[in-house]
Structure formats: structure tokens, C-alpha cells
Design a protein around this ligand. Structure first.
Ligand code: MG
Length: 433
């Protein structure tokens, strides 16, 4: 976890007068950066100090099977904001850099724009990482946000390493610098929840917490943890994309744990339904999660498609989750997932094609240890599942329309706010010659 990204959206007008039962709710989306499935106390970490997030998890709905759309930052954020796989918006391959010419296309409709149509005031605080562009043309204020206070991309492209911790938190956790930064992030969440309570907004505000991708284990103990899940950031194993997630709305969402499948792709359709806002008239990849949030119902999501950081039309999705089963058609390691004992995760582990696919039962084997198609007799259910997943892959890949690559537009160093990162004194030395 390197930086907290907080997206705040609230209906226009005197908030305290709005009633949760008859009016659209305020929405607070808290999106952590590079936080793994195993990083929170409420998800099993023995030494993390995350009392506020754990309180949210205890009093809200905690997801065990929640997915980001991609195991790296920019594509994951594009999908959260648009409800569409990043391939459609062209946010691939990889991530945006300070001098990137491209950005999330302004033609894409974001959550902020969808809610603004229903009278919401919108703000974005924290890391954006969806493009900067000439004169800041790709910044949040051009994508439906009324206010933006934050950084345009990852802070490791200025001051990333080591993690920042303020005096109040440094040395306070048992997990070292990562734990201190996580503890500070959790403290900020606590302040937000306190502000909602003190202003009488808790009963009419949906707070949703999750993260953009799995841990950067190349940083070893300072990179986060995917817990029992395999690998982390940059890979299409579970550790790269399965994330902690909590929906918190006292009085509306009953406390509990859900094993229903859900994704960041589902946030836009869910919020649109809550606000009574029309959906964008473009192909969407998300579903309204209201049945899961407000009644313990089944999730409309039955499948999850896993794209690698650099997707291609030729290979299509690398893996598919279908109910409790997951099939890997391609696997590849990632330098971002280095240093752990599992060689499958490492950057030098090349792309491998699997035909038949590797098949895992994620309910019995969430760590993806035991390939059901390797050795022994294969039962008829498994054979049927493999055929169905193969068919779904063929159909999905065939129908996916890749938007023009925005990251492929390359770099223009003149777009960087500071072309000489080592210069001094800042900020006066920050210019491009
Ligand atoms: Mg990230």
C-alpha cells in the first residue's frame, strides 16, 4: 500500500436533510493502492493494525470474492470509474507515466459523470493515475469531478520508496514501514467515518472500501501481502486481482460476510441504480450488486475475466473464473511479484500457454495449488465445466472491442510537471528545457 485514493461523491444540497429511504445516498469510495488480500486484520493478517477498517468489516458486508479488473494501477482505475474493462477504454498496456501523451478518453462516462446527472457534487482526493496530458487535460475535473486534490500518477514516479509515515505513526505498528503506512491509512479512514457520524450523515452514506491491485512483493516485507492467495501485483493469479472489499451503510446493509462474486466493474451500475441515474449507452461489464448488498441475495456476476497488464486481441483473456472454478489459459510471472518462494510469480517466468487449461476449485483450493486436470480420473462435471469455460472464452474474446491504446501513444517529456527530478531547489527548478 503506497497511497490512499479516496473518491468522494455526494448529492448536491444540504446533505443532512436527505433521507436514506427516499433519497439517493452519499457515496464514499475508498480505493487503496497495492493492498493485498491478506493485509488487513479482518482478512487474517496477524500483526496489521487496522482497527477502523476492521470495524467497518465487522459492522458492514465483507466480501471474500471481490476482484479488481486488472493487477496493475491505471487499467484497474479505468475499469472502476467506467464499469468497463480497460481494453474498451484503451487503458493498456501497462500504466501511464508522467510524460504520457494519452489518458482515460474524455469520451468515457465515469461514475462521477453518471451521478452528476442526478445532481451530485463530486470530488476526488488522492492518486489519479489516469493521465495528465497537455495543460492537465486528462485530470479528474475533466471527467466529472467538481474538485480534485491529489497527485496525477503514482508517487513512486517522484518519491515512492520508502513508504511515507507521519510522525504520529512511524514505528507504531508491528509490521515495520509498510505496517506504519497502513496504520496511518486506517487512521484516515477512521477520521472519515467520524466526520460522517458527527455530521449526521452515517445513515445516508454508502461507504465502499477496496483496492486497485494486489501486493508489490518485489518490495519484500515492504510490499504488502496476498495472504493465502498465489502471487501478487502484475499476475493473473488470485493474489494479483482478488482484493479485500467492504460495503458499509449502518441501518441499510446488514453486517455479515458474503462469498458472492463481485468486482470493481460492478460499482458504477450499482451506484447508478441507487441514485436512479441512467446507465451509459455503451457496452458495460458490470452488474448492479443491490441483491447482494441489501438482502443477502445472489450476485448477478457469475464470471470474472482476467486480463494481464499488457492484453492483446490475439491471446484474449488469460483466465476465467466461472462459479467456483477458475481456468488459466495463459500464465506469466511479473517482476512486481518477485522475491516470494513461488517461482510461478517471478518476472523471469515466461508466458506459458495451457491447453487444456489449468483448472482450480477456488472454494476448496483458493491458493491455486491443485490442478484438477492433472493426474487421476476427471469426472463428468469437471469436463463439462472446462467445455463451458472454453466456450465463454471464445465468445468473450470474439466480442471484446479493443479501444485505441492510450498508453501506446507514447511519452512527451515536455508534459512532465518536472523534467529534472533530481534538480534543486524545487519547485523553481522544475521545468523542461
Ligand atoms: Mg496500484
Amino acid at each position: 500500500m503506497r497511497w490512499a485514493c479516496i473518491w468522494l461523491l455526494c448529492p448536491l444540497g444540504p446533505l443532512v436533510l436527505l433521507s436514506a429511504s427516499t433519497n439517493p445516498p452519499n457515496v464514499l469510495l475508498i480505493f487503496a493502492d497495492d493492498l493485498g488480500f491478506g493485509d488487513l486484520g479482518s482478512y487474517g493478517h496477524p500483526t496489521s493494525a487496522t482497527p477502523n477498517l476492521d470495524k467497518m468489516a465487522a459492522r458492514g458486508l465483507r466480501f471474500t470474492d471481490f476482484y479488481a479488473s486488472c493487477p496493475i494501477c491505471s487499467p484497474s482505475r479505468a475499469a472502476l470509474l467506467t464499469g468497463r474493462y480497460q481494453t474498451r477504454s484503451g487503458v493498456y498496456p501497462g500504466v501511464f507515466y508522467p510524460g504520457s501523451r494519452g489518458g482515460l478518453p474524455l469520451s468515457e462516462l465515469t461514475i462521477a459523470e453518471v451521478l452528476k446527472a442526478r445532481g451530485y457534487t463530486t470530488a476526488m482526493v488522492g492518486k489519479w493515475h489516469l493521465g495528465l496530458g497537455a495543460n492537465g487535460s486528462f485530470l479528474p475535473i475533466h471527467q466529472g469531478f467538481d474538485h480534485f486534490l491529489g497527485v496525477p500518477y503514482s508517487h513512486d514516479q517522484h518519491t515512492h520508496y520508502p513508504q511515507f509515515g507521519s510522525q504520529e505513526y512511524v514505528g507504531q505498528s508491528l509490521r515495520g514501514p509498510f505496517g506504519d503506512a497502513l496504520m496511518e491509512f486506517d487512521g484516515s479512514v477512521g477520521l472519515l467515518l467520524q466526520a460522517l457520524q458527527e455530521n449526521g450523515l452515517e445513515g445516508n452514506t454508502l461507504v465502499f472500501f477496496t483496492a486497485d491491485n494486489g501486493p508489490e512483493t518485489m518490495r519484500m516485507a515492504r510490499g504488502g501481502s496476498s495472504g493465502l492467495l498465489k502471487c501478487g501485483k502484475g499476475t493473473t493469479y488470485e493474489g494479483g486481482m482478488r482484493e479485500p472489499a467492504v460495503a458499509y451503510w449502518p441501518g441499510r446493509i446488514s453486517p455479515g460476510v458474503t462469498h458472492e462474486m463481485a468486482s470493481t466493474l460492478d460499482i458504477l451500475p450499482t451506484l447508478a441504480a441507487l441514485a436512479g441515474a441512467p446507465l451509459p449507452t455503451v457496452p458495460l461489464d458490470g452488474y448492479d450488486l443491490s441483491p447482494v448488498l441489501f438482502g443477502g441475495g445472489k450476485s448477478p456476476r457469475q464470471m470474472m475475466f482476467y486480463y494481464p497488464p499488457s492484453p492483446s486481441k490475439l491471446l484474449g483473456v488469460f483466465a476465467i473464473r466461472y462459479g467456483k472454478y477458475k481456468a488459466h489459459f495463459f500464465t506469466q510471472g511479473a517482476f512486481l511479484s518477485g522475491t516470494t518462494p513461488d517461482q510461478d510469480c517471478h518476472g523471469l517466468t515466461p508466458l506459458k500457454s495451457h491447453e487444456p487449461p489449468l483448472l482450480f476449485d477456488l472454494e476448496a483450493d483458493p491458493a491455486e495449488n491443485y490442478n484438477l486436470l492433472q493426474g487421476g480420473a476427471v469426472g463428468p462435471e469437471v469436463l463439462r465445466v472446462v467445455k463451458e469455460i472454453q466456450l465463454h472464452k471464445a465468445l468473450f474474446d470474439q466480442r471484446m472491442e479493443f479501444g485505441e491504446s492510450q498508453i501506446g501513444k507514447g511519452i512527451d517529456s515536455a508534459l512532465q510537471p518536472c523534467c529534472a527530478p533530481g534538480c534543486t531547489p524545487k519547485p523553481s527548478c522544475c521545468h523542461c528545457s
